[in-house]
Design a protein around this ligand. Structure first.
Ligand code: PMV
Length: 348
């Protein structure tokens, strides 16, 4: 039975990949498996108001407000998302939707909001579907939320259920799938509990190259096959690393993954560089500090210039002192965000 009207709200986090997803096949199928830390502070809050139409529309009917203002420029992306998920959510054209969304992180901070934004909207839609269905269990709810979030933005499927999420079929991860994210099913050492992520905002501008274009460029990329194989191997190895709490190997894998992601960008055709001079300054200072202090600080990068600084909670004081002293100077307007591992989306 279709409800006449109502509203659902979700707060959904961003995530940061440790093994990167870069390259995809048809229908948002990843070319290799990835794993991410779910974040806590960086999140999108979305509410979906729905009102049943007298008769089903021929097109999707919705309006969108971003931080309380109508936002026409986001609409094509949402329309495309609706088109992609309609085969799995056939009730969408029965409703008029009002979508209100806002981010916890500053607008145009260079932090990708597609993972948190698309997962929050997917969850709101699933809450409506749950009302229609009447008897949906949590496992199905989360799995389908991740499935449809993936159709909005690949990495969004890793933002439903944290703390560690694997997406993409991987031989050694039982239950892993190309179609949805899976909460990491194996033992994780307590050293990774409350792992910290300080995000240094090096360049808050729009990216010159979208991730959609970046993924495309992995077709016919000279190093694609070996890169995809490397991702599988890194994910294999992380199982041992997480179980044993092997931070030295963790650092090697995570930093290598970040640099490989950017190496793929630099070696595609056309080639491009998303790191900025300050990105490299920060990386060099992290390496020097690690060497002299013995700290387990490391970095990872998204498809942009900002640097995610990762470290165990037990080193928080020492690393924060270092960040303040040496790294903040390389951030645009001195801006950075303190975050840590989170546990997934929440219904409001
Ligand atoms: O979800 P997309 O299509 O925006 O791709 C994200 C890709 C990276 O952030 C660079 C890596 C990842 O696995 O999140």
């Amino acid at each position: 039975l279709l409800p006449e009207s109502g509203s659902h709200s979700w707060r959904s986090p961003s995530n940061i990949a440790l093994v990167k997803y870069w390259g995809k096949k048809e229908n948002q199928i990843p070319a290799n498996p990835s794993i991410s830390f779910t974040l806590d502070t960086c999140a999108t809050t979305t509410s979906l108001e729905f009102k049943r139409l007298k008769e089903a529309g021929s097109d999707f009917s919705f309006e969108l407000f971003f931080e309380d203002k109508p936002k026409e420029s986001f609409k094509p992306k949402i329309r495309k998302f609706f088109e992609r998920i309609e085969p799995y959510c056939p009730y969408l054209k029965q409703y008029h939707f009002t979508i209100r969304t806002s981010n916890s992180f500053p607008h145009s901070s260079g932090i990708a909001s597609s993972a948190s934004g698309m997962s929050a909207l997917a969850l709101c839609i699933m809450s409506l579907e749950k009302e229609i269905d009447g008897k949906m269990n949590d496992e199905y709810f989360n799995r389908k939320a991740s499935f449809i979030a993936r159709l909005g933005s690949g990495s969004a499927c890793r933002s439903i259920e944290g703390d560690l999420v694997v997406w993409g079929s991987h031989k050694k991860t039982e239950g892993s799938s190309d179609l949805f994210g899976l909460k990491y099913p194996y033992e994780v050492h307590s050293l990774f509990k409350n792992y910290q992520d300080t995000i240094l905002l090096v360049d808050k501008g729009e990216k010159q190259v979208s991730s959609t274009v970046g993924h495309e460029l992995m077709h016919d990329h000279p190093f694609a096959a070996s890169r995809f194989e490397q991702a599988h191997k890194n994910l294999d190895e992380l199982q041992n690393v997480f179980r044993e709490g092997d931070l030295d190997r963790f650092i090697e894998i995570v930093e290598s993954e970040a640099l490989t992601l950017h190496a793929m960008m630099m070696t595609s055709l056309p080639y491009f560089i998303l790191m900025r001079p300050n990105t490299l300054e920060i990386i060099n200072r992290i390496w020097a500090f690690r060497k002299e202090s013995g700290s387990h600080i490391c970095f990872t990068l998204d498809a942009g210039a900002n640097v995610h600084v990762l470290y165990p909670e037990s080193e928080k004081e020492e690393v924060n002192g270092f960040i303040e002293r040496e790294l903040v100077a390389y951030c645009q307007n001195g801006h950075y965000i303190c975050d840590q591992i989170g546990f997934g989306a929440k219904k409001l």
